[in-house]
Design a protein around this ligand. Structure first.
Ligand code: NAP
Ligand code: GLV
Length: 330
């Protein structure tokens, strides 16, 4: 019997590849950089399934070009804003993602960025390496206290709540804004719902954890940055376009806000001539929120499970468009 054919758009942890190889003929894109749109189209054409990453643009044209035999699109990430899910749904193709397994790891990174920004760790490291450390300075490298400060969490889902859990240990006042109230989590983490403007006015730290959608695109813009405290620190581990990056440059360079720490930018990677890179009051990590050995291995196996289920016409364990299963056959 001929095996199904799969295209995997990058080398992923072996744990996941091994599972897929048992079920299918697998072609893995070997380059460390993602395939171009043209190359992706060429490689994916005729495949029965696609295992993709957030760096791949999976639009309607690509889905159509792959062909009617395509049974499943499995993304090794929780966010899936790079995929035209409506186009996949219209063709009855389930789309899988990897929620949950990366929650703690990403919340850890958000917390690490918050602490590193507050305590100016990256600036301090650069200072030391530049040979500028001459003495202990009573008024050098001062930053705000984290303990007891107000933390504003925008997007109170899995990772947003994960951050609240960490903040509890630092006696922080936790405010959150989300589409809906989360009464159980309010109770569990001592968090208080606030409308967006109130949160921005009152928080010492603002951390972004929404999905990226039309609604959240440039949610943080000039006007909202101006609402924030002058000493506030903005953390973004969600998606780059949730923040208007030009507005962020204006806010940081004019000290409208004190500091930012980003794991995500718009575009990715950030352009080498982006003015944000000229500032001292920002930390920019290269989208490493889920980058722990264990988490990436679990993401790979979860993506493999989704993919194998799709090949076998079984409901994906983690499906972002379950409507595909509501259809009446024929
Ligand atoms: P999640 O549990 O689905 O949480 C997303 C939250 O965003 C939900 O609580 C949702 O609100 C909220 N939200 C959506 N639209 C909103 C809006 N218009 N206004 C306010 N809140 C809104 O997802 P998650 O697992 O926490 O992941 C969140 C995002 O983090 C992912 O989509 C991904 O983009 C990003 N991420 C980044 C990394 C990284 O490496 N940096 C790693 C993992 C994830 P309600 O609950 O109120 O409906
Ligand atoms: C990473 O950014 C993810 O969405 O999993």
């Amino acid at each position: 019997m001929t095996k199904p054919r799969i295209f995997v758009t990058r080398i992923i942890p072996e744990e996941g590849l091994e599972m897929i190889r048992r079920e299918a003929d697998v072609e893995v894109w070997q380059d460390p950089l993602p395939p171009s749109c043209k190359m992706l189209r060429q490689k994916a054409r005729g495949m029965d399934a696609l295992l993709c990453l957030l760096t791949d643009r999976i639009d309607e044209n690509l889905i159509a070009a792959i062909g009617p035999q395509l049974k499943v699109i499995s993304q090794m990430a929780v966010g899936f804003d790079n995929i035209d899910v409506a186009a996949a749904t219209a063709r009855g193709i389930p789309v899988g993602n990897t929620p949950g397994v990366l929650t703690d790891t990403t919340a850890d990174l958000a917390w690490a960025l918050l602490m590193a920004a507050a305590r100016r760790v990256v600036e301090g490291d650069k200072f030391t390496r530049a040979g500028k450390w001459k003495t202990w300075g009573p008024i050098d490298f001062l930053g705000p206290d984290v303990t007891g400060a107000a933390l504003g969490i925008i997007g109170f889902g899995r990772i947003g709540q994960g951050l609240a859990k960490r903040a509890q240990g630092f006696d922080m006042r936790i405010l959150y804004f989300s589409r809906r109230r989360h009464p159980e989590a309010e109770q569990k983490y001592g968090a208080q719902y606030a409308d967006l403007d109130t949160l921005l006015r009152e928080a010492d730290f603002v951390s972004l954890h929404t999905t990226l959608s039309e609604e959240t695109h440039h949610l943080i813009d000039d006007a909202r940055l101006k609402l924030m405290k002058s000493g506030a620190i903005l953390i973004n581990t969600a998606r780059g376009p949730v923040v208007d990056q030009a507005a962020l440059y204006r806010a940081l360079s004019s000290r409208t806000i004190a500091y930012a720490a980003l794991d995500v930018t718009d575009p990715e990677p950030i352009k080498p001539d982006d003015p944000l890179l000229t500032l001292d009051n920002i930390i920019i990590a290269p989208h490493i929120g889920s980058a722990s050995y264990r988490t990436r291995a679990r993401m790979a196996t979860m993506a493999a499970e989704n993919l194998i289920a799709g090949l076998k016409d079984v409901r994906l364990p983690n499906c972002v468009n379950p409507q595909v299963y509501d259809r009446i056959p024929g």
